[in-house]
Design a protein around this ligand. Structure first.
Ligand code: GLN
Length: 484
């Protein structure tokens, strides 16, 4: 049997040309899952039978002279908050146990239409609330680079699945960093697209004004390929941008000569581990060596991003999660009255962090506190948008750490929610602004664990962002060399 390539681009090329069968590609990934999934726990569900049937169909189409698409035969893992028709979708919550969506999310349809093979549903922090997957009702996912450490979150399962070689690509969702932070901690590429670029139809809502679906991969080019496949207008999502998907693969080799790239002062100092900050400076030097102009830029309102996010996101969540009432979805705990049944179901079905967010959000939206909390947070959000606008007058892209530290150990931050929330300090601002951002692996920290650097761009400037990401990928120090 020919050896199986590791990237989606190579796999799709080999399957389309008939050089490899989708079935043999799939079996080799199922073997990798069988070998390491027991210790990693990346998946809530492995779809072996469904994937085998889909792979056989792809192979039949190739044999019949058809082209199954740009992702032909590529195994792909789906975060378990993406609706899959007839297949359990749990959001890693007890409250959705037994629920099978009656439809596919738009992204699930699009990847299937492009020939990808859905290989499983990945673990996450319950309802995507968290930064470590420790909030999953089904147990945490472990970081494939060191199983004593978290993979990040909330899309920890999707990041770990790619890092462990269970699938070359996966999809996650990013509300405040949930694609980029786990990508950084697991040493893979992760992209949060511009708000509205990818349809949210069929993504179980956490905070609707912030949620966005995006790719994970081992290479920048694979994320470009996957984002091209899932982006573009969808009439079923009213916030979907009415334009075609961007061309990303075509621009990857255009380099960064003449681009102005800013290091953000507020995200390079206090709270950022020195080895992580040093890697970001090295990344800036690499971009400069490739012809970019590097400067420093202060974005003062970013200091308030975390506080604004932890009011806006819980406020929206408290409203979105009201639908889990014991009637419409999944679990029900019976009781004498409807109100009691609602309360008992929600008490038994939601985990601690989800309850904390619902209470915070309900409080922030309550009549006496709305102006003081939710209203203020919205004003801060506007200030952040304005400050970004000012920064982007002088810079094409911004460069920051993705996460303040490398992957931490299990239990290190679970007793103090605030220390967990601080993980999101670098990633949250782009969600509040609706802008795109991505994490690119850039060597290891002093503990030998991967460091991710974050590129941020103005709305719809993904092509520029991907050009810089490709330069960083080429310049990245090998992961095997710990930071000195
Ligand atoms: N860690 C952040 C939170 O807990 C972000 C989560 C996300 O992006 N889904 O809310």
């Amino acid at each position: 049997m020919a050896s199986i390539p590791t990237t989606a681009i190579e796999i799709a090329a080999a399957v389309r040309s008939g050089e490899l069968s989708a079935r043999e590609v799939l079996e080799s990934h199922l073997d990798a899952i069988a070998a390491r999934e027991p210790e990693i726990n990346a998946f809530n569900l492995v779809l072996a039978d469904e994937a085998r049937a889909a792979a056989t169909t792809i192979d039949e189409r190739v044999a019949a002279g058809e082209d199954p698409g740009v992702l032909a035969g590529v195994p792909l893992a789906l975060k378990d908050n993406l609706c899959t028709h007839g297949i359990p979708t749990t959001c890693s919550s007890r409250i959705l146990e037994g629920w099978r969506p009656p439809y596919d999310a738009t992204v699930v349809q699009r990847v299937a239409a492009a020939g990808a093979i859905a290989i499983g549903k990945t673990n996450l922090d319950e309802f995507a609330m968290g930064s470590s997957t420790e909030n999953s009702a089904f147990g945490p996912t472990r970081n494939p680079r060191d199983i004593s450490r978290v993979p990040g979150g909330s899309s920890g399962g999707s990041a770990a699945a790619v890092a462990a070689g269970f699938a070359p690509i996966s999809l996650g969702s990013d509300t405040g960093g949930s694609i980029r932070q786990p990508a950084a901690l697991c040493g893979v590429v992760g992209v949060k697209p511009t708000y509205g670029m990818v349809s949210r139809y069929g993504l179980v809502a956490f905070a609707s004004s912030l949620d966005q679906i995006g790719p994970f991969s081992t290479t920048v080019a694979d994320s470009a390929l996957l984002l091209e496949a899932i982006a573009g207008h969808d009439p079923r999502d009213s916030t979907s941008i009415d334009s075609a998907a961007p061309s990303l693969l075509d621009v990857l080799d255009q380099g960064v000569a003449g681009l102005r790239i800013g290091l953000v002062t507020e995200l390079m100092g206090e709270g950022i581990a020195p080895d992580v900050a040093a890697r970001v400076r090295q990344a800036a030097e690499a971009l400069a060596a490739a012809g970019a102009e590097i400067g420093e830029v202060s974005i003062p309102a970013l200091s308030y991003g975390l506080s604004a996010y932890y009011l806006i996101a819980p406020a929206e969540a408290s409203s979105n999660l009201a639908r889990y009432d014991g009637v419409r979805y999944g679990m029900r705990v019976d009781a004498a009255t409807t109100a009691e049944m609602n309360a008992k179901t929600r008490t038994a079905g939601f985990g601690e962090e989800v309850k904390r967010r619902i209470m915070l959000g309900t409080y922030a939206l309550s009549a006496g506190y709305y102006d003081a909390y939710y209203g203020k947070a919205l004003k801060v959000r506007t200030l952040i948008v304005r400050d970004f606008e000012t920064a982007y007058k002088d810079f094409d892209l911004l460069l920051t750490p993705t996460s303040p530290t490398t992957a931490f150990r299990f239990g290190e931050k679970t007793s103090d929610p605030l220390s967990m929330y601080l993980n999101d300090i670098c990633t949250i601002p782009t969600n509040l602004a609706g802008h795109p951002a991505m994490s690119v692996p850039f060597g290891a920290g002093s503990d030998g664990m991967p460091v991710g650097v974050q590129l941020m761009a103005p709305a719809l400037c993904e092509p520029t962002m991907f050009r810089a990401a490709a330069v960083l990928e080429h310049a990245a120090p090998p992961l095997e060399e710990a930071f000195q």
